[in-house]
Design a protein around this ligand. Structure first.
Ligand code: ADP
Length: 226
């Protein structure tokens, strides 16, 4: 379970990005986090990854207080979380296969594990036929599917998808959301930030709405109320 307990974050320049936020996310939930630009969504994600420390309150993940994770243990902790970004962040000089394999190498997996798991995960995102292509040879939707494969290949407990469909057309957006739903159905918690009203309503899952650092709505049935 993820638990934000009365969390506030003021940046050193005095900007209050998160202001007294409390909510829990259960294992295997699919939660959309919505709100205007500057509402504090990215800051919540960075707190969850231990990239920022709260000014007050606690953020915990399966009862581990993230603030208390030692610096040298943070990389190991972050392996429990797969992150997906709007701008994909693939390595241009590596093939699709190598991009996904690299995430396993960094996590200390063996050659055998890598050669067994990479094709499997690429099949899950329907990219078997692009395995030996480079990122520049792929469409936006395909690039995001590589990024998803990379995010899930080490079997994280949680996927954080930060505006993953922000650069995609409606058809590719639909595909990416279907893949995230499939990953959730296979047992992974998903937190999705999005501005896309259609996505949130099509999902029909829980929606947390933020405004000026506060949670202003927490709706179990997927209404987009901005
Ligand atoms: P969102 O992801 O919803 O757009 P953010 O969490 O990025 O919101 O930002 C929340 C507020 O915090 C904004 O006012 C933003 O300008 C500010 N902010 C974000 N990062 C920093 C930072 N490193 N230093 C100072 N202010 C920041």
């Amino acid at each position: 379970m993820i638990y934000f307990d009365n969390v506030s974050k003021t940046y050193p320049d005095g900007t209050v990005a998160v202001d007294g936020v409390t909510f829990a996310i259960e294992e295997n939930e699919f939660v959309s986090l919505v709100g205007h630009s500057g509402a504090g969504k990215t800051t919540l994600m960075r707190l969850l990854l231990g990239e920022e420390q709260p000014t007050s309150g606690t953020v915990s993940f399966d009862s581990v207080d993230i603030q208390k994770v030692k610096k040298r243990d943070l990389p190991k902790f972050r392996q429990r979380v797969g992150v997906i970004f709007q701008d994909f962040r693939l390595i241009p000089q590596k093939t699709v296969y190598e991009n996904v394999a690299f995430a396993m190498e960094v996590a200390g997996k063996t050659e055998e594990e890598i050669s067994a798991d990479v094709p499997h995960v690429l099949e899950l995102v329907d990219l078997t036929n692009k395995m030996w292509n480079f990122p520049r040879q792929l469409s936006g939707g395909e690039l995001q599917r590589v990024a998803i494969a990379r995010a899930i290949v080490n079997h994280p407990d949680l996927i954080l998808a930060d505006e993953p469909t922000g650069n995609l057309d409606p058809v590719n957006t639909y595909e990416i959301i279907q893949i995230l739903k499939k990953i959730n159905d296979l047992g992974t918690t998903v937190i999705l930030t999005t501005h896309n009203k259609g996505v949130v309503e099509a999902l029909g899952k829980r929606v947390i709405t933020m405004d000026h650092g506060k949670v202003i709505r927490d709706d179990p049935t997927g209404k987009y109320a901005l």
